[in-house]
Ligand binder design. Structure first.
Ligand code: HXC
Length: 259
């Protein structure tokens, strides 16, 4: 598929990198961009050589939100009846391999929500996060009111969603929204380092880890703990578990075969 609003490349043959590419609109997210993003993610997910994915933007903006110019003319019947804005926002949730958000610059509105839909966020020191929808007479529509409280707690989530203020990278790291903050010129190096590290591990264990953490994030504790236990048990049926433990015991590097 030829892409117009994203750029797609692989790093070291193992990491699928997707760069949002509407620089004039600060990567404002419209249906075409989200369709392309979904197609690229699915294609990497189906590619056996790829172990991890990265979504990134430009230095100035990861994404400044859903495309306000496109949304401005919509009414209730369009967005609810026609599902014009949100119809293709959930594709990323069906991706089994880890997806890291590499955020520099603005991650606002749908841009912040997209980053939060990734498995974790590594931010540059110039990153700014926010849910400014309230200023437009709307509220977040792609999970922001649900994921922000889980990531930051209720007080900060309410503050962000009700005032529409931005949070800088240092506050985002303190609050648990992002896992690491690095200098802008070191962002991709740091993110690719993490992605390549994940690629080293057994894909079966990586899938099980991601599914289990998501179970905690999205569901209740008792259910999540039971799910994790069953995934833990299931991994003892894999060759990679035998290989990983044998390698440790014999002080050698494990050779995982995803079996
Ligand atoms: C469409 C956008 C845009 C957006 C910026 N642009 N954000 N176009 N949709 N979300 C365009 C501007 O109109 C402008 O176009 C160009 O990008 C550069 O933006 P400036 O405002 O000139 O840049 P700057 O002064 O540096 O300010 C940057 C900014 C500001 C603080 C990020 O652009 C801003 O506040 N943007 C809107 C952020 C926002 O409200 N996001 C939430 C959207 S609602 P021209 O043609 O003038 O050069 C949302 C709902 C999610 O996301 C629902 C999900 C389903």
């Amino acid at each position: 598929m030829a892409y117009e609003m994203i750029e797609v490349r692989t790093e070291a043959g193992k990491v699928g990198v997707i760069t949002l590419n509407r620089p004039k609109q600060l990567n404002a997210l419209n249906n075409q961009l989200m369709d392309e993003l979904g197609a690229a993610l699915k294609s990497f997910d189906a590619d056996d050589a790829i172990g991890c994915m990265v979504i990134t933007g430009s230095e100035k903006a990861f994404a400044a939100g859903a495309d306000i110019a496109a949304m401005a003319k919509y009414g209730f019947a369009d967005v609810y009846g026609g599902d014009y804005i949100t119809r293709n926002w959930e594709t990323i949730r069906s991706i089994r391999k880890p997806v890291i958000a590499a955020v520099s610059g603005f991650a606002l509105g749908g841009g912040c929500e997209l980053a939060m839909m990734c498995d974790f966020i590594i931010a540059a020191d110039n990153a700014k996060f926010g849910q400014p929808e309230i200023k437009l007479g709307i509220i977040p529509g792609a999970g922001g009111t649900q994921r922000l409280p889980r990531a930051l707690g209720k007080a900060k989530a309410m503050d962000m969603v009700l005032t529409g203020r931005m949070m800088d990278a240092a506050e985002a790291e303190r609050s648990g929204l992002v896992s690491r903050v690095v200098a802008l010129d070191k962002l991709m190096e740091e993110v690719l380092g993490a992605a390549l590290q994940i690629c080293e591990y057994s894909r079966l264990a990586v899938y099980a880890a991601k599914e289990s953490v998501n179970r905690s994030y999205e569901g209740g504790l008792a259910d999540g703990v039971m799910f994790e236990r069953r995934m833990f048990h299931a991994l003892f049926a894999t060759e990679d578990q035998k290989e990983g433990m044998d390698a440790f015991v014999n002080k050698r590097k494990a050779q995982f075969r995803n079996r």
